[in-house]
Design a protein around this ligand. Sequence first.
Ligand code: GAL
Length: 822
Amino acid sequence: MTRLKIISCFSLLFLATFQLSAQSIRKEYILDKNWKFKKGDHPEAIEDRFNDLKWETVSVPHDWAIKGPFDGSNDLQKVKIEQNMEKEESVKSGRTGGLPFVGTGWYRLKFRVPGFLPGKKAILQFDGAMSHARVYINGKEAGYWPYGYNSFYFDVTSLLNPAGEANTLAVRLENFSQSSRWYPGAGIYRNVHLFVTEDVYIPVWGTYVTTPVINKEFAKVNLKTRVEAAAAKYSDLHLETEIRNSQGTVVATLKSALGETDGLQFDQNLIVKSPSLWSPETPVLYTAVSRLYQGTTLKDEYKTRFGIRSIKYEAGKGFSLNGEVRKFKGVCNHHDLGPLGAAVNVSALRRQLSLLKDMGCDAIRTSHNMPAPELVALCDEMGFMMMVESFDEWKTPKVKNGYSAYFDEWAEKDLINMIHRDRNSPSVVMWSIGNEVPDQSAEGGNKIAKMLQDICHREDPTRPVTVGMDRINDALTKNFAAILDVPGFNYKPTWYEKANNTLPQGFILGTETASTVSSRGVYKFPVEFQKMKQYDDNQSSSYDFEYCNWSQVPDDEFVKQDDLPFVIGEFVWTGFDYLGEPTPYDSKWPSHSSYFGIIDLAGIPKDRYFLYRSKWNTEKPTLHVLPHWTWPGREGQVTPVFCYTSYPSAELFVNGKSMGRQSKNKTNNQTRYRLMWNDVTYEPGTIKVVAYDEKGNQVASQEIKTAGKPHHIELTADRTELSADGKDLSFVTARVVDAEGNVCPDASNLLSFKVKGAGRYKAAANGDATSLELFHLPYMHAFKGMLVAVVESSEKDGEMKLSVSSKGLKPGVLTIKTVADQ
Ligand code: GAL
């Protein structure tokens, strides 16, 4: 039985001051350990006396399907994908990743709540459970929530046993076949919280902060705070609010009494002098600490993190943040974390964001659903603007058993939870109510859009609303695009100009762009533009010339972004490869994951990363040359060399011989952004690019050598010191290199992982969409000379040692520290 450990809702910084009151007033328990899980339907599991000893013991967040095995017949879908312009039905094998997420599964947890004393309130909150959650406490149903991506909560006060007595929590989840266009994950894949409060308290997501006036001298902070109280108990309430800056210093305070006519909501205005503004470059956060008193008794303490920043979307000017016009340099991402599946993990998310930050990316679209709260918190902290999206379909289905069946009853409830949870986050700069909804074409589709947009405006008047539209003709002629705050176009750069002439908004956003396909380290010859190209090996070329029926290569979007001032930015499909949707191999098993990512499923950047970086990262220079230079058998054959660089020109040398200097120029969309030597013939040795600045000075160079035989394994960790919390992760890239340390670009050696000491092996991925090797097993083949092994800290202070070995190679060994209370 688990005795729940309290986590204080105050950061360490505030602990000293608030410890007593925080401990005695509001308690938050994270229900993460010692859950029991079993697949299949087990209705009897709601009973307290049910024997679950033989069930698997798991920790939550948990994804029951990520351990596979992969099978092309899992959720086989015979469909005609209309948005992909398909004319006929065909059988799609890896559409949802080929993983066994379909079916029913049950979770059980036995626990005591030491703080649940008579007169207290208890709220059980799920950040997300996939899907159709039915939650039972001590044999009684606490509630139901169908949408697997949303956060939801139930008041369980009347169901919990008093402190000291045991409780049984049982959760039934069910995933249907043909319910998704990608891998949704399965299980309680996000965190579960139990809050215990007094009978008078601030409810879940009970505060709403806005900053209606911002100037150099001051910001006006408006804080609306709701209160829950039994009818007779809401008299004599007052709220003391403190605003603390990022160092924890109190910068504003206010005490207000609740008037009879206020309903159960305080409305406070505070002034923050000389505010530090939030932006991706300066992600400064403030915290409002609210103390609720009844008479002189402290009833609740509640913390709200927020930022001070202004956003505007204006005709003729576009988008501005804090008064400065800028264009979104964004990516769309799915929620899965590659080899970790859908189970949320903060270090995995932080690593993703760090890679994107270095690329110069400043915005994330959470396609096509509500994100984990941890992602929103990280975007606040690390500086990313967010488009938080809700739905992939409304009333008209895209998949047989998708959200359309729940839309009428649940859409409003789902939007409310999404907005209430995230509307205090400065990172969120717009809401998206849908992606490529077929209702763009339906009679009355614009009425649905208006209805959903109105809900967003009602719940949050400070942010605009968009839809990612693909049926542009219908969207324009059926008065759909015109009613949205932000017209979002998916893959329609050629429409921007004419659409902008007919639309009233005066600006357009590329909600989804590019969808270029590539496999890391794979190069195909001859190098030419290819649409929906399939090869026998189920891979796509990394020369970044391959795309889909509906999509483009990056440069074609860049041109429009650069030349059309009314285009307010783009969200590239996608930042990371994700499980499922293996276009152009949707019908060609084995292939279980996407090719769209700028970064592969293992988190290793593809060449395309450097193309975006060369344009988006304006702080640090980029110089990247491709392909690799180990082509036994290609001697004498044309092997084009590309250079993605932030410098205006570069010269290529093959074995010391100049192939000439190339400069970016506007001859065509590609020469504007890439330097290309198309006629180079391969000879083993060295290729070197030397970059020149605007004045013609040599400023940087990069060299690649023909690799010899695989010799040893080289390891690099993204972090070598982890928190000893049993959850922290280090991502270790293993490279198969020759004796001189050159990556062997075709190496596919089988690598084995061993972890000793204060940690454990968690998973590995190699970015190969066609590999059916299981992520959680401690061995995997390298793909194109590389893979990433993930190790997890234990709860012990100390060191862990990872060794990666392979027959015939000198092993790689790496030590990672684990430190308590990091
Ligand atoms: C879009 C869709 C995305 C993804 C993408 C692939 O049409 O909105 O979810 O399917 O195409 O290019």
